[in-house]
Unconditional design. Structure first.
Length: 357
């Protein structure tokens, strides 16, 4: 929740404050339950929750919805910038947002997997709430937004796999790429099409494409039957053969973050190690994430412990990198789950921004 602190002036009412701060009387009353709204003491400090409105949290996301949100956020808030960091297989732009001016650098990403697109509005909504809090000298999840802004630079890649997400959410329903994906899916009749699709549009799993014992990932996935392009779990022909993964790889090298957080779904788990490699501070921060989210800090399953983005980051930098399996149920999680998932993920991002290694 985003809020600002306000010193009550003569003539103030909850109604007037709701109009002034884009809030509601009910929200202000709930945030200040100890105060009689008919007799608000002058000079006291009260919490004013602030509504947000740019990021759609109802519609299943596509690359075009994501692009519109990215452009609107940077237009609405002059201190947010965005850039294209690469192209997908089908030529769609992969965007990154930047907010903050501090020396500490945190890189957050979402939707590596095509049927996990609920994570995209999660990270975009956090950007919006953080920006509104900063603009209003306010707080996001009880953290002072101005302090975070001055101490930290946050980079967010909200949609790593735009083609795959468009396929699952039916923004791609015909044409060469759709036809290819459909033919691939016919070889895997047990994986429902398109909702079971995790890979990029060419059938390479974008989170099994990083140079972190990639050959071991290939061995495991080949043994499971994923030896060629597939809806999931095909590692590609070589590390970074998926252009979406190469874009994330290059952007990470460019931004040189101290912490990375990758949002996936589902299971309510926090992965913080690469095999037995545990960077300094990683367990402590994972435990903090668990505390504020209710998720479980644990080790990745062995068969999924290779060639992922988090794995490569830890191997490359020996710095804390995390995979967050948000929410519960079966992928793709419905957008109706957003309201239950968002507070947990928002708290996790906030703790990453506040954490001192």
């Amino acid at each position: 929740m985003v809020y600002t602190l306000y010193e009550v002036m003569p003539g103030d009412t909850f109604y007037r404050l709701a109009l002034k701060f884009n809030s509601t009387i009910e929200l202000i009353q709930n945030a200040n339950g100890h105060i009689d709204p008919r007799n608000i003491p002058i000079g006291i400090s009260i919490k004013i929750p602030i509504l947000t409105s740019i990021v759609d949290t109802v519609t299943p996301y596509t690359s075009s919805i994501t692009e519109e949100a990215v452009r609107r956020l940077s237009s609405q808030f002059e201190f947010i910038s965005y850039t294209g960091i690469g192209k997908s297989v089908a030529g769609r732009d992969i965007y990154a947002l930047k907010i903050g001016v501090g020396k500490k650098r945190v890189l957050v990403n979402a939707s590596h997997h095509a049927n996990e697109s609920i994570t995209t509005p999660v990270v975009l909504k956090f950007i919006e709430e953080y920006a509104i809090a900063y603009k209003n000298n306010g707080y996001v999840n009880n953290a002072n937004a101005n302090d975070i802004f001055e101490r930290t630079t946050l980079y967010v890649v909200p949609l790593v796999n735009p083609d795959g997400v468009d396929l699952v959410n039916r923004a791609i329903t015909r044409g060469m790429y759709y036809d290819t994906a459909l033919e691939i899916s016919k070889r895997y009749p047990d994986i429902p099409f398109p909702q079971g699709w995790k890979a990029n549009i060419a059938g390479t799993d974008t989170n099994l494409s990083y140079p972190a014992l990639w050959e071991k990932a290939r061995e495991i996935k080949y043994a499971q039957g994923y030896t060629s392009p597939a809806p999931r779990d095909f590692v590609g022909i070589a590390p970074l053969s998926a252009p979406e993964s190469k874009a994330m790889y290059d952007y990470t090298l460019l931004t040189d973050p101290q912490i990375t957080v990758s949002f996936h779904t589902q299971g309510g788990e926090i992965y913080y190690k690469f095999l037995d490699k545990e960077p300094i501070g990683a367990l402590r921060l994972a435990q903090k994430f668990a505390e504020v989210s209710g998720y479980n800090a644990t080790q990745s399953p062995y068969t999924s412990s290779f060639a992922g983005y988090k794995d490569w980051f830890i191997l490359q930098y020996n710095r804390p990198g995390f995979t967050i399996e948000a929410g519960y149920g079966a992928n793709p999680l419905p957008m109706s789950d957003f309201d239950s998932i968002y507070p947990q993920c928002s708290n996790i991002i906030t703790e990453a921004l506040l954490f001192e290694i």
